[in-house]
Design a protein around this ligand. Structure first.
Ligand code: ZN
Length: 460
């Protein structure tokens, strides 16, 4: 280690915490956003909060950029090293410290993989509602740092809503926050929410307290074919009113998505025999076996009688539930089905969603002949995913530009649950005001005056 920063870090932390760049495994070179990989200058693998603090204080004094990494499953590029940066991996801080059933809280280190936290909760007879597709790889710290969403947001909220407390280390090594487990705690500014969704630019999350609750004992699910978008809105409103708190998922799919998956993914079993203008996977999870299922079935029967739901398959077994979700979760097939493609994570008020989809259905093929686009998402949360192929000879950036400008026009957001990272920075100004972005910069300069934490991400 000839580099003076690395020598100082190795002296302070011990050589086994510091992996020089030449020896750093390629997994640290990138995240799931798929940008060109970058070899970091080194990888730090601290074991304790104290080591994180020490590492950052050295890097801050030496003006050494640091890129914090969790499970690197982010889709906006926030976890990818910048040129010359040191990666700070939290992977060794992977202990679930406590499941506190009385306070309905789980305390974990930031490097705990989400699925491991879910298992620890289950072993204690509790349920950790925070859930997303990358559960087997993503880590608690990254889930919070990106304010991740997922399929259960309609019922349980985003990562932000599931965090009772957190501890973070500032750029200069100062440790702030703590392991609050009080639901009600209004003692001053809420620093915790400053770090949630900051994508590693304001501090490094080291430990957190997450909400848990008793595991729901009933699951009802249906796959519905609907008359049109209006029928879907009606279904959403009725499901909220009549299922109340037990509505746990409302996943919509437009025909472009449903047809692509059902027609091309062999292993999928078509939930419905015919084709429809809209599809919804509806799920309710509750605590009352004697009434939950009946309420769910009555709701569907009423909407079928009114002609809004044209066809509905009701899950009769756990396998049915899994098969329904398999259609919605077939997103891993996009590379095979679409080749080069772009993933959009958009947010729009429910009522503007269909006009927005119609606008893209016109504009995309007009600008890029032969382009393929599919539409689906967590519609109960106003979160629309659009995935487009990118035809030969077309620049990805041009497709992004068209979609993001259209979202701006419709008053939506360019990131509902994935973050800004580096990928969405060019369009950030379309959806946040100049005053908002200037305030974010002021916060960044206050907490990280030397600009060492995840530089170039979110705001400069
Ligand atoms: Zn999603």
């Amino acid at each position: 280690m000839n580099d003076p920063v690395l020598r100082e870090l190795a002296d302070a932390l011990g050589p086994d915490v510091v992996i020089p760049g030449e020896e750093a495994d390629v997994r640290y070179w990138n995240d799931w956003a798929g940008l060109p990989p970058v070899r970091p200058k080194a990888v730090l693998r601290p074991r304790t909060v104290e080591e994180v603090s020490l590492a950052l204080s050295v890097c801050n004094r030496r003006l050494q950029p640091v890129v914090p990494q969790g499970g690197r499953t982010g889709l906006a590029g926030a976890g990818r090293p910048s040129e010359g940066a040191i990666v700070l991996s939290l992977e060794r801080m992977n202990r679930v410290l406590e499941v506190d059933t009385a306070n309905a809280a789980l305390v974990a280190e930031a490097g705990v993989v989400l699925e491991a936290a879910q298992q620890a909760a289950a072993e204690a007879g509790m349920f950790l509602p925070l859930d997303l597709g990358a559960r087997g790889s993503c880590q608690i710290g990254g889930v919070l740092a990106t304010n991740a969403g997922g399929n259960r947001v309609i019922r349980f909220g985003m990562a932000r809503d599931n965090c009772l407390g957190l501890e973070a280390v500032l750029a200069d090594g100062t440790v702030v926050g703590g392991l609050n487990r009080l639901v009600k705690n209004n003692a001053g500014f809420d620093l915790r929410q400053l770090f949630v969704g900051s994508e590693g630019t304001l501090g490094v999350i080291t430990r957190a307290v997450l909400k848990v609750q008793p595991e729901p004992s009933t699951t009802a699910a249906a796959f519905c074919g609907l008359r049109d978008f209006e029928a879907m809105v009606a279904l959403l409103e009725r499901a909220r009113a009549r299922l109340g708190g037990i509505l746990s998922a409302f996943e919509a799919m437009w025909p472009e998505y449903y047809d692509l998956m059902i027609d091309h993914v062999q292993r999928l079993r078509a939930p419905l025999s015919g084709r429809h203008a809209m599809y919804v996977l509806l799920e309710a999870r509750g605590y009352h076996p004697e009434s939950d299922e009946a309420r769910f079935e009555r709701l569907l029967a009423d909407l079928v009688a009114e002609g809004m739901v044209e066809d509905a398959a009701l899950a009769r077994s756990e396998r049915d539930v899994r098969d329904f979700w398999a259609v919605r979760d077939a997103v891993a097939e996009f590379p095979i089905l679409l080749g080069r493609h772009v993933n959009f994570d958009l947010g729009l008020p429910v009522r503007t969603m269909q006009p927005f989809v119609d606008a893209l259905r016109r504009r995309l093929p007009a600008a890029f002949p032969g382009i393929r686009a599919v539409y689906f998402g967590h519609i109960g949360d106003g979160n629309l995913h659009v995935v487009t192929g990118v035809p030969e000879g077309v620049d990805t950036h041009a497709v992004e530009d068209l979609v993001y400008r259209t979202v701006g026009e419709f008053g939506g957001t360019i990131s509902a649950e994935h973050g800004i990272g580096t990928i969405k920075k060019p369009w950030f100004h379309l959806v946040r005001s100049a005053a908002d972005i200037a305030t974010m910069r002021r916060l960044k300069r206050t907490l990280d005056p030397n600009g060492i934490l995840n530089p170039g991400k979110v705001v400069d």
